[in-house]
Design a protein around this ligand. Structure first.
Ligand code: NAP
Length: 490
């Protein structure tokens, strides 16, 4: 046993060994060229694709998610690995800046030769998510970003899929060995206490997390309370409000209800971007459509903890005096559950926003009716930070456009991604994607957990002043041997 922190947490030998092994691998990986790193990451992605049948079979057993969903998720995961590897190799993310010496720099003193770029931050601890056993787990987005940026990764496996976590790690280890990458480039640990101990370990230089608000907040506080605080990128909770403007509500009620129900019930409502709250005009035909449209039957939740959390959160919301049931069934609170739709009014929400605008992780939504669209900006201002906010409106209808004009500046302050006439689930992995938002959506509103911009969570800037060319990193040299984008003299 080794005491490694100011808080005198005792680290299990196995965790200590894993942290130190990953730290050694991280040093070797950071020294490897971007092209070499990209080659190894491609080999990892190929190996995971080749092992798809075995991995998906374990994932089905442990996560209770259906096979087609898992097949698509693994495809997204290996695409993501390759995309991030290629983006890192291209080098724009390094943000290489070269200021050549300038004797007449208008600041009033000569400008020295200054060259700045981003370098790997060091070993990254990833707390993987329960609801994406591939895409936000051992080989998921955080791992892809950290590896592409030049860091080794220690994954705290989610207790919901331990065997899949080990099987994925074993495939990665074999692929890295075959490709000649550093041993221990990725390791997995299990156990809540071991995750905390690893987070406190001085060798860990950054951490990421996807899960609940209480869990993420507890770990964020630990990361910040260390003798050496480290960046902690937590993606926590969001209700993802959707606002339906009056004209769209009249003209497209059936289509809007159908789209909303599909987004709400996808993956049994166990998505962080589920549109949990829908604002519609009082008396809107959408209400009838929502009550009558066919919905998927009961399906098992990811694990017992999430099932129990869903029932508790739904019961608390149902018990609120201003909340009525719009749609439920005898299986609404059963295991497995069927969809529940609750409804309330905008006045009730404004009177108790924290009690009513709350994440219910599972197949449930809250419909909020308004009598005057002029009240929507006020309720938007009362919202906490969100991953997404959606506007459903007709661009040809002046009253809808007017509602949108007033909502957009407020929602821009509240959410990381704004949608127009589309639903927020199904987060595409692209260059421009933004999956984040002000707290409690995340603990780090300046970053994204999805898309290639997520790579820059796991780097830090270094400037070299007055260095000889031969001692500069390649991306900052005048000859630019790697051909990375350089910003020269501004
Ligand atoms: P969770 O309970 O927050 O757990 C996520 C990870 O953090 C797990 O590895 C867990 O370890 C660890 N952890 C949680 N609290 C901790 C603490 N106080 N100290 C140390 N480690 C801690 O999330 P979950 O099990 O995936 O789901 C629970 C709820 O989270 C859901 O009902 C939902 O509300 C929310 N959720 C949100 C998202 C999202 O995308 N934002 C995704 C999934 C879930 P153990 O596994 O060892 O307990």
């Amino acid at each position: 046993m080794t005491d490694t922190t100011s808080a005198a947490i005792v680290v299990e030998d196995a965790t200590e060994e894993a942290v130190l092994a990953v730290a050694a691998a991280s040093e070797a990986w950071a020294r490897t060229s971007a092209a070499e790193r990209a080659r190894v990451i491609h080999v990892i992605a190929d190996a995971l694709d080749a092992a798809a049948d075995d991995l998906i079979a374990i994932a089905e057993e442990e996560s209770r998610l259906p096979q087609p969903r898992l097949t698509g998720e693994l495809k997204r995961t290996t695409f993501q690995l390759r995309l991030f590897a290629d983006v890192a190799q291209e080098g724009a993310y390094l943000d290489a800046r070269i200021d050549r010496p300038a004797a007449d720099w208008p600041m009033g003193a000569p400008r020295p030769d200054l060259r700045r770029m981003l370098v790997p931050i060091g070993p990254v601890l990833v707390f993987s998510a329960s609801n994406f056993p591939f895409a936000f787990s051992v080989a998921g987005g955080d791992t892809a970003a950290a590896l592409a940026a030049g860091n080794a990764v220690l994954v705290k496996a989610h207790s919901g899929h331990p065997r899949l976590s080990d099987a994925t790690a074993a495939e990665i280890a074999a692929a890295v060995r075959a490709a000649g990458g550093p041993a221990d480039l990725l390791r997995v640990i299990h156990g809540t206490d071991n995750g905390v101990a690893a987070l406190r370990h001085p060798a860990i230089k950054a951490a990421s997390f996807t899960g609940s608000i209480p869990g993420g907040r507890a770990l964020f506080d630990i990361a910040n309370g260390r003798t050496e605080p480290i960046p902690f990128y937590g993606e926590l909770g969001s209700v993802n409000p959707a606002f339906v403007a009056p004209s769209a509500s009249r003209r497209r009620a059936a289509e809007i209800a159908e789209g909303y129900l599909a987004s709400l019930t996808g993956s049994q409502g166990q998505l962080c971007t589920k549109p949990g709250v829908l604002f519609v005009p009082e008396g809107s035909p959408i209400l009838d459509e929502l009550s009558a449209k066919p919905v998927p039957g009961p399906a098992p939740m990811l694990n017992e903890r999430i099932q129990a959390g869903f029932v508790d959160a739904l019961q608390a919301l149902r018990a609120h005096k201003g909340v009525d049931v719009l749609r439920d069934s005898e299986w609404s609170l059963a295991d497995p559950p069927e969809i529940t739709l609750l409804c309330t009014t905008i006045d009730e929400v404004l009177a108790a926003p924290d009690a009513l605008i709350t994440e219910v992780f599972g197949p449930a939504g809250l419909v909020v009716t308004y009598t005057d669209a002029a009240s929507l900006p006020g309720v938007a201002r009362a919202l906490n930070g969100q991953l997404t906010a959606t506007i459903v409106a007709d661009d040809g209808a002046e009253d809808d456009v007017d509602v949108a004009r007033r909502l957009v500046p407020i929602l821009t302050e509240k959410a990381g991604r704004l949608l127009w006439n589309q639903w927020p689930t199904g987060v595409s992995v692209t260059y421009a994607q933004q999956h984040g938002g002000p707290y409690p959506a995340t603990t780090s509103p300046g970053t994204t957990a999805v898309g290639t911009a997520s790579i820059t969570r796991f780097v830090r800037p270094v400037a070299y002043q007055n260095f000889p060319d031969a001692l500069l990193p390649d991306p900052l040299r005048d000859a630019n041997p790697l051909g990375v984008p350089q910003r020269i003299d501004g």
